[in-house]
Design a protein around this ligand. Structure first.
Ligand SMILES: Nc1ncnc2c1ncn2[C@@H]1O[C@H](COP(=O)(O)OP(=O)(O)OP(=O)(O)O)[C@@H](O)[C@H]1O
Length: 225
């Protein structure tokens, strides 16, 4: 799905070779400051490498129309933007400029359940806590159904039990839709429970990239197969 060759970005990342498979749950791990967020930003083409090339679906990122690319590859940052207005406004904002048809009320409610956000759709989004805002942004991306979900520490503002519940829901959802999830995590429990592929970054270099869990060695595999 993503292919990186001889990619350098400032003195932050120096990746000789990395292949990220599609339709997998991929965890990016590594110590703080190792370059994980920078890697996600490169994949989303928010930034470009100084050297080397990154391909998405066999086309160099530089040849992708940026709008088209970000419709397929969406990133949820650690502190996502919350817009003025209600929970509902925030869920639907992605549909405002897109070509996708707006979703109905039931879908909005169902998506809030996936991220365990039990709030009224008409509530002012700015009254939510940090963790709730993060989940609202997660729900917003889920509704848009991109090919690739890039999640930067999606559980950073969540307690252990909520993390377990939401990750289960997210992984199930992504698997069902046959999408790809690439997430940065510092949680060993999340890696052990959900990763199908792990990429470890150390000081800007890929230390380890390997398949793990139930899909190890399989050409195709979804949980439950
Ligand atoms: N635009 C930038 N210009 C210069 N340095 C940067 C820039 N963005 C990040 N850095 C530096 O690059 C290094 C890697 O940052 P990055 O955010 O990718 O790390 P990370 O592995 O995601 O860290 P964490 O786990 O703490 O979130 C850090 O030392 C950071 O300060």
């Amino acid at each position: 799905m993503f292919t990186l060759r001889s990619v350098k970005y400032k003195d932050i990342l120096d990746i000789d070779e990395l292949d990220i498979p599609e339709q997998r749950i991929i965890c990016i791990v590594g110590e703080s400051g190792s370059g994980k967020t920078t890697l996600l930003r490169l994949l989303n083409h928010i930034i470009s490498p100084d050297e080397g090339e990154i391909w998405f679906q066999n086309t160099p990122l530089s040849q992708w129309n940026p709008v088209e690319l970000r419709r397929k590859v969406m990133m949820l940052s650690q502190s996502p933007a919350i817009f003025e207005g209600t929970v509902r406004d925030n869920l639907l904002i992605g549909f405002k400029f897109g070509e996708k048809p707006p979703v109905d009320e039931n879908q909005l409610q169902d998506t809030l359940k996936i991220v365990r956000l039990n709030k009224d759709l008409l509530l002012d989004a700015n009254s939510l806590s940090g963790g709730e805002k993060q989940r609202l942004a997660m729900a917003r991306i889920l509704l848009l159904k991109p090919e690739v979900f890039l999640l930067d520490e999606p559980s950073s503002a969540l307690d252990e039990e909520t993390t377990q519940f939401i990750m289960e829901q997210l992984v199930h959802h992504v698997n069902q839709l046959k999408k790809t999830m690439i997430m940065i995590t510092h949680s060993k429990a999340v890696v052990e429970a959900f990763a199908e592929h792990v990429v470890e970054i150390k000081k800007g270099k890929v230390l380890i990239t390997k398949e793990v869990g139930p899909c190890k060695g399989a050409s195709t595999c979804r949980f439950g197969n």
